[in-house]
Design a binder for this molecule. Sequence first.
Ligand code: NAD
Ligand code: UD2
Length: 310
Amino acid sequence: MAEVLVTGGAGFIGSHLVDALLADGRTVVVLDDFSTGHAENLPDHPGLRVVRGDVRDAALLAELAEAHAFEEVHHLAAIASVARSIEDPVATLSVNTEGSVRLATWAARSLPGLKRFVFASSAATYGSEVRVPTRESDPGRPDAPYGLEKATVERYLELLARTEGLPAVCARFFNVYGPRQDPSSPYSGVLSIVTRALHDGRPFTVHGDGGQTRDFVYVADVVAALTTLARQPDAVGGTFNVGTGREASLLEVVDLLESVAGRELERTHGPPRAGDIRRSVADVTALRGLGWRPERSLRDGLTALWAATC
Ligand code: NAD
Ligand code: UD2
């Protein structure tokens, strides 16, 4: 039976994708080294096999190709941290770029029934000097190694599509939020940090005046984008922003979360974070053209996040 491989499936976004694929009756294999993923994120389900391992492990990939008939690969495994990529660019290059090139080359050459290879790219490929809302065709200039690593993989996928027929699609995620996002680092997604602070009754530090804007997209809408990109024939060979097209300032979102939770957050303001982007919002016309729509308003998404936190 045709199967789906999800790398990074024990992580925040990957585990929600796994839930959706299983609910759809698909048979799923997760490949994850559990460096930031958690076993508790994954259900005990007869349709799921969990393989602990590294996407760079060629012997393991060969075994997986022998044992499974993958028709779809969602590649989400990465060191998903801008800060880590600045501290140790060689380590993140190895996982984020070399690991992706290894996996994509393996998929092109070892998976005869492959219909789609979906890559989790990032808005970090654009950097701070782009116009907003940002279109996929706008020229990007990453501000950190992480963005350059993702942009480089996109170029490799375009090459593998042209030269080896890899049915690749790139999904550039904007600011994803939702349950299971790990709030433990100061560089974790801001909404996981705010929600935890509100829950624990601890203060939250706003970097700067809080007027910086982001395109916050709820994780279920990201999962729907991934399944759309895997299903729609017109997606092959494309690059798609995954956001909402809605621009919200940090203070607006914090106010909304307080209203949803019925609690007040103790806020302090610190200096702006070095390299922080002032405005970020996606133009999602291309993804909408495939029939996808962001279903959750910010209020609905924050309500679901708060309910899962309590
Ligand atoms: P996450 O850290 O929760 O998930 C990443 C998963 O990859 C983890 O389960 C981790 O254990 C696994 N992993 C890391 N290195 C591995 C390796 N060498 N081999 C196998 N598994 C490995 O992060 P996330 O937020 O769920 O991000 C998922 C993907 O989406 C990443 O590729 C990330 O770069 C991208 N992305 C996320 C956001 C966001 O807002 N969260 C924004 C843009 C792009
Ligand atoms: C996001 C991604 C990053 C990259 C980038 C692309 C996450 C966690 N980061 O970075 O991987 O794709 O987009 O542009 O998804 N903030 C506070 N207080 C805090 C924490 C954050 O004020 O305690 C601010 C922060 O300074 C920023 C905003 O909140 O202005 C959002 O921060 P973030 O780290 O969640 O996301 P971002 O957009 O910097």
